[in-house]
Design a protein. Structure first.
Length: 291
């Protein structure tokens, strides 16, 4: 089997964690790790793993385009827009880890097969990957949903500079994803950066205003989607099963990381990175005609 050759642009927490996961994959190989500072911790990790690096940002991708099949963009929403203008002209596929929402929004447990032919695949946000599958289950099982609100809490230490820079984009893209996948007219997303010591695991609560909910049907849909998510995010679990109180459905989930780069509390890194790896590996399987 020929592994898909990937490049990662962005040497921060997300990019470095992605690199470690790519190196472990039987379907992917990282041929280039790109950043702006050769002395950054991420670059040092890549060099230690024997991966070719470049500090030329997007120019590094351009100069090595002939050996790259797919690009992970783990920078910022603003940079991703500029990068896509160049990557598109190179004829490459990009998996966008930023909330730039330029391409098709992807939740692997829901639409992995549908987006395989897209050239720009957006992984929404960590909160989106945690909450939208539950919102999708609500949308699939209930009628007359007025509103869905999701609140994610993550350890402050797990939020890098790009995450903090993109908070407005995070909210907007997560809300757009909820509306799209749950087919609900109104949605709200909130992200809390918790400075507590010891660091907390990522937790997300989903609230849905629903009249006369069918809780039995909801539980069936949630159990289905849980199995799919846990196939690529082992640390994802149901913390509080669906319950109905004060006219709303409440569900709480937890995401714990694998501890590849940051400690296990950084489930927010793992849930979006594992989702992106699932997409890239499916891309590889399709190109290698593997069922």
């Amino acid at each position: 089997m020929k592994k898909i050759r990937v490049a990662i642009i962005g040497s921060g927490n997300i990019g470095t964690d992605l690199l470690i996961k790519v190196q472990r994959s039987e379907y992917l190989t990282c041929v280039l790790f790109v950043g702006r500072n050769l002395s950054s911790p991420g670059m040092a990790k890549a060099i230690n793993l024997g991966v070719k690096v470049s500090d030329e940002s997007i120019d590094g991708i351009v100069k090595n385009a002939d050996v790259i099949d797919l690009v992970f963009d783990a920078t910022s929403a603003k940079d991703a827009k500029y990068h896509w203008e160049i990557i598109e002209k190179l004829g490459k596929t990009v998996i966008d880890m930023t909330p730039a929402k330029l391409g098709a929004l992807c939740i692997p447990a829901v639409n992995l097969e549908d987006i395989i032919k897209e050239r720009n695949i957006n992984m929404i946000t960590c909160g989106g990957q945690a909450s939208i599958p539950m919102a999708y289950a609500i949308g699939k099982s209930q009628k007359n949903i007025e509103y869905i609100e999701v609140v994610s809490s993550i350890a402050s230490r797990s939020a890098g500079p790009a995450t903090r820079l993109n908070l407005d984009e995070y909210v907007d893209t997560t809300e757009q994803g909820i509306k799209l996948f749950a087919k609900v007219p109104n949605a709200k997303a909130i992200l809390n950066l918790n400075p507590a010591e010891p660091c907390i695991d990522m937790q997300t609560t989903i609230f849905a205003l629903v009249e006369n909910p069918d809780m039995e049907k909801l539980e069936i849909e949630i159990n289905k989607i849980l199995v799919k998510i846990q196939s690529y995010v082992p640390g994802y679990s149901l913390l509080v099963p669906p319950m109905y109180e004060n006219g709303r459905i409440v569900i709480m989930v937890k995401a714990q990381g694998l501890g590849d780069y940051l400690p296990k509390y950084a489930g927010n890194l793992d849930i979006i990175n594992c989702a992106a790896i699932a997409v890239a590996e499916n891309f590889s399987k399709v190109h290698n005609n593997i069922n």
